[in-house]
Design a protein around this ligand. Structure first.
Ligand SMILES: [Fe+2]
Length: 234
């Protein structure tokens, strides 16, 4: 219940340690092997990150094609964090059919994502998002979060003025310090919390996965079973 309170009445987001780290490690290994097109490459995540940092956008897009068949990524993410997920939503869930792997390359004009909340893409208010980097975050290649009170206040103002993604929201990108996480840590947040990322300088790209989920007992609203699938924690 503590986590639920934090997400619903507190900050709206929370950093936690992933319990089943061996699943996260397997997930990372599978990601590395897929990028290198090998079932058992001797490469590690740093090799991938260094390589991706030097690739053009077209080359990165091409390498991401090999991730399309990584269809059990969602289950792996949920199973890695099953204690947290079950505490919030029970065992029976709707989970995102295709969890995202996000590659952000360093350099100006590359990785900026404007401040947004997940509701904007039709995610139901009963959904939570888990975001986990596949390595330590030791530069600014992370994600920043705006606490729930401030996010809600901005949302109400948008409602009143009819201006969405106005100056106020876009300016939130300035001077943000992304949350530093270690590999094995993740952030869980509700769909009302504003978040985004900033461009960063590094020799390494940032790689992270995220997955959305909710209890089977809550309405899906705009999303349907094209986007979500049934999953039971065993
Ligand atoms: Fe997002």
């Amino acid at each position: 219940m503590k986590l639920y309170n934090e997400l619903v009445n507190g900050n709206g987001y929370s950093v936690f340690s992933i319990k089943n780290t061996h699943i996260l490690e397997n997930l990372r290994k599978e990601f590395v092997d897929r990028i290198f097109n090998s079932n058992n490459s001797n490469k590690n995540i740093s090799d991938v990150r260094r390589l991706l940092a030097q690739m053009s956008k077209a080359e990165i897009n091409k390498s991401m094609v090999s991730l399309l068949s990584f269809t059990n990524l969602s289950e792996m993410m949920i199973n890695a964090c099953s204690d947290i997920v079950e505490e919030l939503c029970g065992k029976e869930l709707f989970i995102q059919r295709r969890a995202h792997t996000i590659i952000n390359v360093p350099g100006e004009g590359q990785a900026k994502q404007w401040t947004h909340y997940e509701l904007m893409s039709g995610i139901s208010p009963y959904t939570y998002v888990i975001w986990a980097p596949l390595h330590d975050l030791d530069d600014n290649g992370g994600v920043y979060y705006i606490d729930l009170d401030r996010s809600s206040q901005i949302m109400k103002e948008e409602e009143q003025t009819g201006v969405v993604n106005g100056k106020r929201v876009l300016n939130l990108m300035e001077h943000q310090k992304p949350t530093k996480l270690k590999f094995g840590e993740a952030i869980i947040f509700n769909p009302f919390v504003l978040h985004g990322n900033v461009s960063f300088e590094s020799n390494f790209a940032r790689v992270a996965c995220n997955v959305r989920f909710q209890s089977i007992n809550k309405p899906l609203l705009q999303k349907n079973t094209d986007y979500l699938k049934y999953f039971k924690i065993s």
